[in-house]
Design a protein around this ligand. Structure first.
Ligand code: PMP
Ligand code: GLN
Length: 400
């Protein structure tokens, strides 16, 4: 139905995006009082030093516009972080850009690099902002499906997603929503295809420090010959359990960072002023802070995987991120979206249907993503509720 006599208000390419699944499911959790294992945010705060530094920055008068590219200490801290963990050398003045979370970083890069009609290769399931941002740019999404339960890269399907119009590959490892950490061989394949097609690799590594079982996160920019072709994006939200602060960054070759900076100026100009120096301080915290978070999340991963499994779901054990994907078909679910909309009423738990991150909805028809970045007692209670549901069975109000 048109919004006005002249037609619908929203531009055509943004129709169909509606309200994000995270907003819908967090609102459902709030209105029903259900345990929210939907949207990925921790229910405890990050390091005390981080919080103290933000308070000090606010009290210390750092409350006006920061410089457009980011405060100098954060630009330097990001460059030092890349060197310390990965051996990547960056010029803080030209090769780092601070953004309003990784979300703005992704948008700035895609909008900066893609002409209308250019193609962007990405894996599905994909993080929801990828599809929306590609659409905003007037670019075309070309996908390759990662399939439950191991989510391995399918070479033939990836190859066929590339064409002479491919402008960039939008990669995400560790991967949301699957929890997959791409192997070196998989990354090599993606990079080889990108090079063959003269395409940029834009790599979203917001979960870079959240990897388990000794699995290695391999930054794409460290692969042989890739530094010149790679734009990396990360964020403090996940690493320091401060998702509401929205401090992210883009790093890469100076000309790519300059292109992103040009666009970024007109998205937010700047954001998160007093949080920037706090994140700069946190990036320099000791290895134990980083390792401690990963270790704690690994325990939570184990707790929730066991709980979901005991409840009768089939679980894909993630090697990284905040998330586990499980198949609810053994519980009788036929449609993940409907199942998630009913789950709060059925047992007081919220999850996210993976199908909303797919073009090929059938690839994830009954898959649900649950977040385990919550206090142990919350995970135990959620698992108990799901187990009861598994035992009792359930009747959907409106099966589709
Ligand atoms: N990319 C991925 C894969 C994510 O899961 C998220 C959510 N943290 C983002 C980007 C957005 O990060 P930010 O909150 O820093 O904008
Ligand atoms: N990254 C978070 C998740 O995947 C959500 C962020 C958002 O709500 N946009 O759950």
């Amino acid at each position: 139905m048109p919004d006005t006599v002249d037609g619908p208000l929203l531009i055509e390419r943004m129709r169909g995006f509606g309200t994000t699944i995270f907003a819908e499911m967090s609102a459902l959790a709030a209105s029903t009082g259900a345990i929210n294992l939907g949207q990925g945010f921790p229910d405890t705060d990050g390091p005390a030093e981080l919080l103290d530094a933000a308070v000090a920055a606010i009290r210390g008068g750092r409350n006006q516009y920061p410089p457009g590219p980011g405060v100098p200490e954060l630009l330097q801290a990001v460059a030092r972080h890349q060197k310390r963990f990965y051996g990547i050398e960056l010029d803080p003045a030209n090769q780092v850009l601070v953004t309003a979370g990784a979300t703005e970083g992704i948008a700035a890069v895609v909008l900066a690099l893609c002409e209308p009609g250019d193609e962007v290769v990405t894996f599905e399931p994909y993080y929801d902002s990828y599809a929306a941002t590609i659409a905003l740019a007037g670019a075309v999404r070309r996908t390759s499906v990662l399939r439950f339960p191991d989510f391995a890269v399918d070479e033939a399907s990836l190859r066929s997603a590339f064409s002479s119009r491919t402008r960039l590959v939008l990669l995400n490892s560790p991967h949301n929503p699957t929890g997959k950490v791409f192997t070196r061989a998989e990354l090599d394949l993606v990079c080889a295809l990108a090079r063959e097609h003269n395409a940029w690799v834009v790599t979203d590594e917001v979960y870079e420090h959240l990897v388990f079982d000794g699995v290695e996160h391999i930054p794409v920019a460290t692969l042989p010959g890739m530094a010149e072709h790679t734009i990396s994006i990360s964020s403090s939200g996940k690493t320091f359990s401060a998702t509401g602060w929205k401090v992210g960054w883009v790093t890469g070759p100076a000309r790519a960072v300059a292109a992103a900076r040009t666009v970024k100026q007109f998205l937010t100009y700047v954001a998160s002023g007093p949080f920037q120096p706090a994140v700069a301080l946190a990036l320099g915290l000791g290895d134990e802070v980083y390792a401690g978070l990963a270790r704690s999340l690994q325990g939570k991963r184990d707790l929730l995987c066991q709980g979901l499994s005991d409840a009768g779901l089939t679980v894909s054990r993630p090697a990284g991120t905040y998330f586990v994907v499980a198949d609810a078909a053994p519980l009788g679910a036929l449609d993940g979206l409907q199942f998630c909309r009913e789950l709060p009423r059925l047992c007081g738990v919220v999850g996210v249907p993976v199908s909303v991150f797919h073009d090929d909805v059938d690839a994830a028809r009954t898959l649900i993503r649950f977040a385990f970045c919550k206090r142990d007692e919350v995970l135990v209670e959620a698992a108990r509720r799901l187990r009861e549901l598994g035992t009792a069975g359930w009747t959907p109000t409106d099966r589709v």
